[in-house]
Structures are given as structure tokens and as C-alpha cells.
Design a protein around this ligand. Sequence first.
Ligand SMILES: Nc1ncnc2c1ncn2[C@@H]1O[C@H](COP(=O)(O)OP(=O)(O)OP(=O)(O)O)[C@@H](O)[C@H]1O
Ligand SMILES: [Mg+2]
Length: 260
Amino acid sequence: MSAVAFSGVSKLFPGHGAGDEAVLALREVSFGVADQEFCSILGHSGCGKTTLLMMLAGFEAPSSGRILVDGRLVDRPTWRRSVVFQDYALFPWMTVEENIAFGLEMKRVPRAERRAIVRRNIELVGLQGFERRYPHQLSGGMKQRVSIARALAVDPEVLLMDEPFAALDAQNRSHMQEEMGRILASADPQVRKTMVLVTHSIEEAILLSDRVVVLTRRPGRVKAELRVELPRPRHESDSGFLELKQRIRDLIHDELEPEH
Ligand SMILES: Nc1ncnc2c1ncn2[C@@H]1O[C@H](COP(=O)(O)OP(=O)(O)OP(=O)(O)O)[C@@H](O)[C@H]1O
Ligand SMILES: [Mg+2]
């Protein structure tokens, strides 16, 4: 079980004086993600999506309001909620396989099992042959795949993803989206996870999600919550898909330009 609840969550980043004003990133955000549900968060750049995810992961504390996972207050990071970061956040001094194994060591998985899990996840993201490379020797898309493999390797209860496919080329993006689709279509409760995805792609959100949360411009508030009830696998050409895409596009475009 791993249901998520945001309840009246606001986040104010205090400024440090002249030229560095305080920023209210999020205001009174409330929504829930059910156990094993896939929820996407959409909104303009700077509306607080990454901030929302960092608070759910436990890296940042809300200024007010609460975040609960299974009724327990989030107050620190744990492998149970693993994150695919927007900027990969790989350890530059570790190889691909060491980066992927990192969380498993924290979780005290025995060595032999660790190796098997690392191998399986390297195959999953198609990085065979690059196990001994360091992050600076990889392309942006490959780094992102290491980051996805690392997050999946610990078998988290909640998987948090911040634009995980943004740096991939079209072919790899659709491969990884299908892979995600496979994981979440699985009937095996061992495999299904609660997922929260931040994305700029309306198509990606509809393709993968049970629910889409649209945020306003900063300070981010919940503008709309939409259930995606289309059968899987989904196709962009389905009429229901196109209809929903237009609705979400209207909601996002409907947000006024910020005042200057
Ligand atoms: N650690 C921080 N200190 C101060 N301000 C911050 C910090 N993190 C984020 N902010 C500010 O909070 C606001 C929301 O940032 P955030 O990164 O959450 O946006 P986002 O929706 O993820 O944007 P993008 O789509 O561009 O990734 C921005 O104005 C940003 O400058
Ligand atoms: Mg962001």
C-alpha cells in the first residue's frame, strides 16, 4: 500500500534580501494519488512541479500543509520513494553499474542479488556494454536511462519522475514509455507501483496516466484533475485521446501570461 495525499501544501522559498526576493512556488495544493495509481502533473515552467516532487520525496519540507504516504507524514527521504531527477543527479565518480547499485547497497541487498538486479535494469533501459562507463562519457539520453534504472532497481513503493523522457530521442522515448506502460499494466501487485510523473508532454501524460493534475502558473495551485479512463494500450489517434488532449491543452493555454 502506498497512497499519497497532499493536503493544503504551500511552499515559500525565502529570499535573501535585495535582488533575491522570496518566491511562493506553490499555494494550498491538495490532491491524492491512490495506491498503484499513475498520476501525471502538468503545468507551465516554474509553476512548482519539481518542488512538489521534491517535497513528496522528502528532500524539501512544505512551508505549510502536510504530505502523507499511507497516512504517515513525509519527513525524510527513503528508498521506498525513489526519484528520477530532472537533471539526472548521477554520481560522477561512479560507473553506470555503481550508480545503479547505489540504492541497493543502502537497502543492504546482498552482493550476488545486487549484481543480478543491476544487470536486469541495465537491460531494461538498453545500456548493455556501457556498464563501466562514467556519466561524463554518456549522452544526455543515456544518463537519463541510468537514472531511470537506478530508481527502478530499489523496487520502490512510489516512483517519482521529473520529466524522465525529456532528453531521450523519439525512438527511445517511445520505448521507455512502452516499458512504463508494461510495468503499470502488470497485474502483479509486486510490480505495480504508485507513480507520480512530472511532464511537459500532454500526450505522454494521457498515454500513461490514470489521472492528470493540471497546475496553474506560479504559485502553483490545482487547476483541474482529470481521470483518464481510456482502455490500454492507448493510441494518440483514438478519438477519446484527441478529445482529452484538447481539453488539457485548453486548460493549460487558458492560464494567463504572468504579469511583469
Ligand atoms: N531551492 C530553491 N530556492 C529558491 N527558489 C526555488 C528553489 N527551488 C525552486 N525555486 C523556485 O520555485 C519556483 C518553482 O520551481 P520548480 O523548479 O518547482 O518549477 P517547475 O514547475 O519544476 O519548472 P520546470 O517546468 O521549468 O522544471 C521557481 O520560481 C523557482 O525559481
Ligand atoms: Mg521542474
